[in-house]
Design a protein around this ligand. Sequence first.
Ligand code: FAD
Length: 415
Amino acid sequence: MKFDNIIIGGGLSGLTCGITLAKAGKKVAVITAGQSTLHFCSGSFDLLGYDAEGKAIENPVEAVAQLKESHPYKKAGVENIASLAQDAAAILTECGLKLKGDIKRNHYRITPMGVLKPTWLTLEEYLTADSAAGVAYKKLVVANITGFHDFPVEFIAEGLRKTSTEVEVKTLSIPALKERRCSPSEMRSANISKVLSTEDTLQEIADKLNSIANDAEAIILPAIIGINNDENIAILKAKVNKPLFVIATLPPSVPGVRVQKALRSYFEKIGGVFMMGNKVCGGEIEDGKVKHIETTLLPDEQLSADNYILATGSFQSEGLMSNYVKVYEPVLDLDVDASDKRTEWVDTMVYNAQPYMEYGVKTNNVFQTQKNGSTIENLYAIGSVLSGHNAIKQADGTGVSMVTAIAVAKNILNK
Ligand SMILES: Cc1cc2nc3c(=O)[nH]c(=O)nc-3n(C[C@H](O)[C@H](O)[C@H](O)COP(=O)(O)OP(=O)(O)OC[C@H]3O[C@@H](n4cnc5c(N)ncnc54)[C@H](O)[C@@H]3O)c2cc1C
């Protein structure tokens, strides 16, 4: 099978790149082994949240200039970040996602542990704050669902109280979830959202919320509604008498699954081929170019393309792996930026920046990969498989994924 472009990995970076190429009329295949880290997503997209000292950044586009040279944004070009980020936001909108946020001014999302963190874009119905000083409401009701343990409601309440918001915690019992409650493994956000989707159930939730709201200015629910789109949350909002917002839960993430589905379905709609559950297990490199790749599900089929894009993620997605002696890239054994001393991989102080977080595939300034010191001309890397930044300490994971994906797609299109 021959394509113009083959993308290995179907998370945020792979699909963003695939959409950009398919929109330009290219024949694109995304081959992906499993679910992506979007399943941990908070409902927000970070561009650049913290500087090297851990200080929250107000204007992420301006702050890019201060990053070290190895950071993927520096490779994409400081002067290009604003337009690449705007292209990324446009893709999310084209996929049908409604977002709030501004590339020139971070706002704050509320994590499932009740911490305020700077971010770039947030799904419209999620609770956000304009600044670290807190949300716009002085009195909130935070309502959890009986038997749902993935929403640490007391942490969230405490986090909001620290910003001088008065918070009352309530629990709703939803009869439609009675059978699910018999098995704790069923009481997960993704399962619950499938049940909380009928008009009657939404009406029942709205009635209960209206009866407990008292003098609160707004009501907060865990993100357990709307796994496919924002329709059910819009229906519920229309039935509730006060402003209603959600906060992301511990994984699985309802907003993350929604984003993944939206990207995939848009990619397929514009002609992309999405091969789910298929793992790229090797390939042939000849004269500095990838000739073809091999996959576990199509062992007799050599898949080939003019260009290949590695979007396999970091350690969590097995885009990077380690053994007792080295950190390595498992598909083609590409060169990686990583210490060869195992003792240097981690800092023993758990809250310090962990060196392994910056490990990844080595690339040049246009994100071409290399093996044994030689550039592979038609194999690019994008997203969290790249080296050079710490997504946790810098709050830039989703931004790096989308910005590098679009930068590489544009580079391929201009070749
Ligand atoms: C726990 C967690 C929480 C996060 N929370 C946030 C957040 O709140 N805000 C934020 O901005 N960012 C967050 N991030 C970061 C963000 O999710 C990532 O930066 C971004 O989504 C990474 O996308 P990716 O496409 O590069 O990689 P991934 O999402 O890791 O996707 C890689 C894909 O490649 C596939 N794959 C791997 N190997 C192969 C192979 N050999 N063949 C075929 N397919 C393969 C995997 O199955 C996977 O589907 C979080 C990350 C994690 C891990």
